[in-house]
Write a protein that binds this ligand. Structure first.
Ligand SMILES: *Cc1c(COP(=O)(O)O)cnc(C)c1O
Length: 344
């Protein structure tokens, strides 16, 4: 079969949730936006629910609908983008909790869905989403009068533990929520690792569940095997791939595998990474193309049938590093062409 195989270990996902839960002072929710970081929101959501997660976060209402269908009625699903125009029916029909992030959203929510659960999203300095201190000061009493279920904010630099922004946002969040008798949430994966003062009542890990940094102790969740389509001998001085970007210096054996940048293996990762035959590294040579990657398998004792690109040697974060990006982007770009198999 010429389809690359993406394996997703739901037991590892569940273990990562349990391990982050053990580090968290309060409740541990799960962030499953962007289709469960690209790994299938239904399967990921169900596995995390089995592990013990009771509250889930998605980016937009439509993602919440897909998750509600997978999880059934009893678990909490919150929407970071809040209550957008046109969301009202979805929020109501699928029992989704919007994290209201502006005056406009508050008015919309209280008018169109009076009594429907909501949370409040505060901006403690990131300047991306949520009410700013002055806005919140004006709305705080009205909002609290309607009994929000959660007050949350998000850290901009939590993956850099020594960054001064962390303490600054913590202070701002504390000031904005002082005396409030409602569950509070500030930490995602990075915030959990900053320590208990960042945890408040509920933590919202995403990337760490899926095996990514900054959760260094994460168990890898995905592995990726690329079938070899063809192997050829190349003489010294011959080139491989587009732009003649790689020239053989020795008699070489080159394997062409079935995946490329259309599968999220972005072109920029090219040089500097390898695919593996058991423990032996076979460097990528030449450019990554849309559907194919070429690798130097000269040093292998035998021709491989497939090569492993993501595994315990070479995590999503290593691939990301080589491409000048982050694990989040690799995961959420993996694409639809893989044969996906779920275990656990
Ligand atoms: C994506 C996101 C999270 C999860 O962040 P990770 O770094 O993946 O753990 C939590 N909260 C908000 C508001 C987010 O946008």
């Amino acid at each position: 079969m010429s389809t690359a195989k993406l394996s997703i270990d739901l037991d590892a996902l569940a273990s990562n949730w349990r391990n982050l839960d053990a580090l968290s002072a309060g409740e541990t929710a799960a962030v499953v936006k962007a289709n469960g970081y690209g790994l299938d929101v239904a399967r990921v959501g169900q596995a995390l629910a089995r592990a013990g997660a009771r509250n889930f976060f998605v980016a937009i209402a439509e993602e919440g609908v897909a998750l509600r269908r997978a999880l059934g009625p009893d678990l909490g699903i919150s929407v970071f983008s809040g209550h957008m125009a046109g969301d009202t029916k979805l929020l109501q029909d699928f029992d989704l909790t919007p994290m209201l992030n502006s005056v406009d959203q508050m008015l919309r929510h209280f008018e169109s869905l009076p009594g429907h659960k909501f949370g409040v999203q505060l901006d403690s300095g990131m300047n991306r989403l949520g009410m700013e201190p002055a806005e919140w000061a004006a709305l705080r009493d009205i909002s609290l009068g309607q009994n929000p279920v959660l007050i949350m904010s998000h850290l901009a630099c939590a993956d850099e533990p020594d960054h001064a922004m962390n303490a600054l946002q913590l202070k701002t969040f504390r000031e904005m929520t002082e005396g409030v008798d409602i569950p509070r949430s500030l930490a995602a994966t990075g915030g959990i690792l900053l320590g208990p003062e960042y945890h408040f009542d509920l933590c919202r890990p995403g990337i760490g569940l899926y095996g990514g940094l900054p959760f260094r102790d994460a168990i890898p969740v995905i592995s990726l095997d690329l079938p070899v389509i063809q192997i050829r001998d190349v003489l010294p001085g011959e080139s491989v791939g587009y732009g003649n970007a790689w020239i053989a210096r020795r008699p070489s054996r080159i394997a062409t595998v079935a995946a490329g940048y259309a599968d999220g293996l972005i072109r920029a990762m090219g040089a500097g990474i390898s695919a593996y035959a058991n423990d032996m590294a076979c460097p990528v040579v030449g450019r990554v193309s849309m559907d194919l990657i070429t690798l130097d398998v000269t040093d292998l004792p035998a021709d491989p049938e497939s090569l492993s690109l993501i595994n315990a040697h070479q995590t999503v974060d290593k691939i990301a590093d080589a491409a000048g990006t982050i694990g989040y982007e690799i995961l959420t770009s993996l694409g639809h062409r893989y044969a996906r198999s779920y275990s656990g």
